[in-house]
Design a binder for this molecule. Structure first.
Ligand code: KG4
Ligand code: ZN
Length: 342
């Protein structure tokens, strides 16, 4: 089934054409440059940038697919969770396109879509079929959650952060260390030459259930940074690399351990790692080393589908249409807070 996916929940305007799980085209226009100087996403700027980009992004995705719009059988759009003004842009555009072209629209949960992104096929890569039930860890700038996934459309939250998301911790600590925004990729790069044992950073909520807490890491990183007068150091100083590596290892340890604990508790054979932070090179390596060696089938999104994209939205939309779940009418509204369990 040919589906046009659309995404505008945060700071990426994206559209994609997906045919029964195979990505035919994908366009992602990032707004990072507009938010850079503020050190984070500014909702007002995000909405405006989505408005300016949405039409050309959708047209580009359709053009790249080599297909006529008339061939598209349905539109899948992110309905939530996310920034309300940002969500409204793709949702309104999808409704307009639906009226103009008589194509039905399905509203997709962005976080559920992240969890299914390892099952996207693209170019020469043919993804395996999901082996349900599975446990998924979705870890991004806005979310850090563990799900028990019974089918493409049945999710149960089994753990989540009680404060900051892991991506938020990377971003805030990177800002404290003067590494700019977004912080995750900067810490990942910086940590490569660092000693992860150089600084002692306590693993938050270690072995205490399946919830996470990352807000305390900021204070610890702030203290280490200032106690060691790191603000006077050159950008490539060893101490900065060591701090980046120590922080990254603490976050990675907690994420990998809780994913393993959840898989053991729920006795699943497969685990998924997805979301923006799943692009982290150390996290990918540790999850593969520790979990795959324990006999689990480990599925990690390709880096191309870790950050926000519309291909994952189209993929999930296809299953919803088959099951008649979430078909939208013109009164449909964005759902800025939308737990996956509903
Ligand atoms: O999924 P995403 O694009 O947007 C949200 O839905 O939040 O995730 C963005 C988050 C940011 O916090 C960013 O710093 C983090 O993913 N991120 C990384 C890496 N690449 C992106 N964190 C750690 N290491 C990376 N390589
Ligand atoms: Zn996301």
């Amino acid at each position: 089934m040919l589906i046009l996916g659309m995404e505008s929940s945060c700071d990426e305007t994206a559209a994609a054409v997906v045919d029964s799980g195979l990505v035919i085209s994908s366009v992602i226009r990032s707004q990072t440059e507009f938010h850079l100087k503020y050190g984070g996403v500014v909702p007002e700027i995000a909405s405006r940038a989505h408005l300016e980009a949405v039409d050309s992004v959708v047209k580009e995705a359709i053009a790249q697919s080599g297909l006529e719009l008339q061939k598209i059988e349905a539109i899948a759009v992110t309905q939530g969770p996310g920034l309300v003004g940002a969500l409204l842009v793709a949702l309104s555009y999808a409704k307009g396109l639906s009226i103009a072209s008589n194509i039905k629209v399905v509203g997709v949960n962005h976080v559920q879509a992240h969890a299914l992104s390892p099952f996207l096929s693209f170019s020469d890569f043919r993804a395996p079929d999901p082996d349900f039930p599975l446990v998924a860890l979705v870890v991004s700038g806005g979310h850090t959650s563990l799900f028990l996934v019974k089918s493409e459309t049945e999710f149960k939250t089994i753990g989540q952060t009680v404060d900051d998301a892991a991506g938020e911790a990377f971003d805030k600590c990177a800002k404290l260390m003067g590494l700019g925004y977004p912080g995750g990729p900067a810490i990942d790069k910086m940590a490569r030459g660092g000693d992860a044992k150089a600084f002692n950073i306590t693993r938050p909520m270690w072995r205490k259930g399946l919830n996470f807490s990352f807000s305390g890491l900021k204070t610890r990183v702030h203290d280490i940074y200032h106690q060691n007068s790191m603000d006077n150091l050159p950008d490539d100083a060893q101490a900065l690399k060591d701090l980046a590596a120590s922080l990254q290892e603490a976050i990675v340890d907690v994420l990998a351990d809780k994913l393993y604990q959840a898989a053991s508790f729920y006795e699943v054979k497969s685990v998924v790692l997805a979301g923006g932070v799943a692009a982290n090179s150390r996290l990918r390596q540790v999850v593969i080393d520790r979990l795959a060696s324990s006999g689990l089938n480990v599925l990690i999104s390709d880096p191309a589908w870790c950050t926000d994209n519309a291909a994952m939205i189209a993929y999930l939309g296809g299953f919803q249409i088959a099951k008649n779940i979430g078909i939208l009418d013109l009164n449909a509204e964005p759902k800025p807070r939308w737990p996956v369990d509903q």
